[in-house]
Design a protein around this ligand. Structure first.
Ligand SMILES: [Zn+2]
Length: 203
């Protein structure tokens, strides 16, 4: 028997989403579909951004600096493509303010643009309340699942800290490396902040 469908078969690993960074030139606009940011320490290692694996981290052992990256799911206003959007800690402040004011990021109109035409230029994010009368937002994706597909890691290796409205993408345990950094471990101090020129994007 033949079988025809209007959608391709689902990825057995779960929801896969393409990763999007702020482009140069024109701003990126979209509506956030997740409740909260999911973030982790990452390394630029072997030509790509990979999550820090904490105590078992190969990149750490090789002395590669780390940087925190946060991710939200973003629905394109004109493209209608649902993607993961990557930001640095520095760029994320307006989203934190929005989250505080509204209790959720879902429905936040996000615009990200670089301050100049350099591909590594600093990113400025502005937020607003989206008009949801004229657009039907896709449901919140499982961000950790999507990230684990992009990074090709087992989902269970990411530890959940809690749930918000039954969505397991809301809170992620701070990686051990961040906790050590916060506790003043000098080995990690030098790698924080600016000066990492190996990163492909400076958001
Ligand atoms: Zn690491």
């Amino acid at each position: 028997m033949y079988n025809f469908t209007s959608d391709p078969p689902e990825d057995p690993r779960g929801n896969s989403l393409q990763l999007k960074r702020t482009p140069t030139g024109r701003p990126l606009r979209g509506i956030v579909t997740c409740e909260d940011i999911v973030g982790t320490a990452t390394h630029f290692f072997h030509g790509r951004t990979v999550p820090c694996a904490g105590n078992d981290c190969e990149a750490h052992a090789a002395g590669v600096p780390w940087r925190w990256h946060g991710y939200v799911s973003l629905y394109g206003l004109t493209t209608h493509i649902h993607r993961l959007f990557e930001m640095t800690a520095r760029a994320i402040e307006p989203l934190k303010a929005y989250r505080l004011a509204h209790g959720t990021l879902r429905g936040c109109l996000l615009m990200a643009q670089r301050v100049n035409s350099s591909p590594n230029a600093r990113v400025l994010i502005t937020t607003g309340v989206a008009d949801l009368q004229s657009i039907s937002l896709p449901k919140e994706p499982h961000i950790l699942e999507a990230l684990s597909i992009i990074w090709n890691i087992e989902l269970p290796s990411i530890t959940l800290d809690g749930l918000v409205k039954d969505v397991p993408s809301a809170k992620v345990t701070r990686p051990a490396v961040l906790q050590r950094f916060e506790q003043g471990d000098s080995r990690f101090r030098q790698n924080a902040g600016n000066g990492d020129k190996s990163q492909p994007t400076e958001l």
